[in-house]
Design a protein around this ligand. Structure first.
Ligand code: FAD
Length: 528
């Protein structure tokens, strides 16, 4: 059972490892260590565990915050599926979303991304018959890039001296792809701007438009969904619900409402954590899964952060864009309302993705650069028995943190009238986008609530309301400090920032962190 820090908890003083944060990376690291018999304490500041995999419930509905679809879990032998099975003792179950996983909408044209590489390729060629060789070359490039990825991430788990001798050879092939922008790579294959717009339409999955994002990130997302999308049966909270017992089996604990204030470092070694209420917990291994900005800017003193070069390291990376999500509750089941399982991606007609983002960042009354619509209750086969006669929709767009900065010091739900008015006007615009696509829903909306970048900051502790941790620029991929082992003995990192955004990226970060700590080849152990 996940316990609350505010209650009396039987803490023991001999945890083998303490993990800060309970996101996918943290939970994976904790589960892998627990499977090796280690007693792990996971400390989460929010009142719900899971980081972006948590759900919230309000007025008879439940919404998933940071999971809309996950790829590569239908095949029992895929690395991601094997990892999920391993850390959840095979208790996490998945529902396939069907043949179409993403529908791209640009004006009156729609483009479906369909399951299966051959199907995907043929579908795209049917939309762009003159571009068949560019499409084939593009798909090959996506595979080539992903092939080089494995060694790049394995290098992050290597001991420092091996990495300093041979690291370059592990990294160099992937760096060839990651150092180029998505646009640079794709425009070398085709000059058809509409095709480029369609091929890069999933940029919302990593938050940066094609002229800014690294091709490596683009390729990893695209390939991730080639075999379709899936959704956790029972909702995304099932991720924590199924991993927590694995941690408890080794006498570990996941505790919520437990905010870590500082990592205690003595004689160049991490030895424990100081909690917000002044309590201290000690362990030889401290793992931070709360993002590199939080770890190096907040949990470590300024003096040490300068001494170890962390302040300088952080100058080379940037927080990702922030977002707003309109959480909608509707009267009627997904079937009654004919809600699709696939996601909708809606884009402006006249501008390319980069110009659309720029126009919008310059003036938030401009057209939304992207609107993403997901139908979680249609994806989860357990939904109807849990919430009969109801359904949910999430509508997401980019919202710059700067537009919300003036309410920074205010508290959740009490940010004042001007904040509520701004949120209401954004909500109305997003609702209209939904009704353009599905006009019959106009009379079915029971309630809605918009999250803002301040909501993300409040609940998941990303200081600029970051949607995806660090920006996925070419520069990010060349940063050697984004690895599990830090220069401080006993202190490790995990989570999306050391691999990449996405539940799959965070899951894999847990694997390389546990490998770096124990020296155990978890990849071999799990994938065999
Ligand atoms: C709107 C949205 C939609 C998404 N959709 C998808 C999707 O469909 N598919 C997909 O694969 N990925 C998706 N993602 C991305 C994915 O959810 C994340 O990349 C991933 O879950 C991040 O995991 P993480 O391990 O880095 O930890 P996070 O989820 O970032 O969790 C970090 C945790 O640390 C806690 N914490 C912070 N500071 C402290 C402290 N001082 N003390 C204690 N605890 C602390 C936070 O409260 C938080 O719980 C989405 C993300 C968002 C925001």
């Amino acid at each position: 059972m996940i316990e609350s820090y505010k209650r009396k908890i039987d803490f023991q003083d001999n945890y083998d490892a303490i993990v800060i944060g309970s996101g996918m990376g943290s939970m994976t690291t904790a589960a892998l260590l627990s499977k090796e018999g280690k007693k792990v304490l996971v400390l989460e500041r929010h009142y719900v565990a899971g980081g972006f995999t948590h759900v919230f419930k309000r007025k008879g509905y439940e919404w998933d915050v940071g999971i809309h679809y996950i790829g590569e879990v239908q095949n029992l032998n895929s690395p991601i599926r094997k990892m999920f099975d391993y850390v959840s003792d095979r208790n996490l179950k998945w529902e396939d979303m069907g043949d179409v996983y993403d529908r791209i909408i640009i004006g009156n044209k729609t483009y479906d991304f369909v399951k299966g590489v051959e199907n995907f390729k043929n579908k795209l060629i049917s939309y762009f018959p003159d571009e068949s060789s560019a499409i084939e070359n593009y798909i090959q490039m996506v595979f080539d890039c992903n092939k080089a990825m494995k060694k790049f991430y394995i290098e992050k788990a290597l001991p420092s001296f091996i990495s300093s001798l041979f690291g370059y050879f592990f990294r160099k092939k992937y760096l060839k792809y990651s150092s180029k922008t998505t646009y640079e790579v794709i425009s070398s294959l085709t000059q058809n701007q509409q095709l480029i717009k369609v091929l890069t339409a999933q940029y919302g999955d990593y938050g940066l438009p094609p002229k800014q994002s690294s091709f490596a990130m683009h390729a990893s997302v695209v390939k991730h969904y080639f075999k379709g999308g899936s959704f956790p049966i029972g909702g995304s909270s099932e991720i924590v619900n199924t991993i927590n017992p694995v941690i408890e089996k080794s006498k570990g604990k996941v505790v919520v409402k437990a905010e870590v204030k500082e990592i205690i470092i003595e004689n160049d070694r991490a030895i424990g954590v100081l909690m917000e209420d002044g309590k201290r917990f000690f362990s030889k291994i401290i793992i931070s899964g709360v993002g590199v900005f939080n770890t190096y800017d907040k949990l470590i003193s300024n003096e040490l952060s300068i001494k170890y070069g962390f302040k300088n390291n952080l100058k080379a990376v940037k927080p990702s864009v922030a977002h707003g999500c309109l959480y909608i509750g509707l009267n009627g089941s997904a079937k009654e309302l004919s809600l699709p399982k696939h996601n909708l991606w809606i884009y402006p007609v006249k501008t390319d993705h980069d110009s659309s983002v720029k126009n919008y960042l310059d003036n938030q009354d401009a057209e939304f650069p992207l609107v993403y619509i997901s139908f979680p209750s249609a994806k989860d086969p357990s939904w109807d028995s849990r919430y009969p006669g109801k359904s949910t929709i999430d509508v997401i767009t980019l919202l710059p943190y700067d537009s919300f900065v003036k309410w920074e010091g205010t508290s959740w739900k009490k940010r004042g009238e001007s904040y509520d008015i701004l949120k209401e006007s954004i909500s109305k615009r997003l609702l209209e986008q939904l009704f353009i696509q599905l006009p019959h829903l106009r009379d079915c909306v029971d309630q809605y609530e918009l999250s803002s970048p301040l909501t993300t900051k409040n609940f998941v502790n990303y200081n600029k309301g970051e949607l995806y941790g660090l920006d996925h620029t070419p520069a990010r991929f060349s940063q050697k400090f984004l690895r599990p082992k830090t220069p401080i003995k006993g202190l490790y990192l995990t989570g999306q920032d050391i691999v990449s955004a996405g539940v799959g990226g965070a899951l894999f970060s847990g694997l390389i962190t546990a490998t770096a700590i124990t020296g155990i080849n978890f990849m071999k152990k799990i994938y065999k």
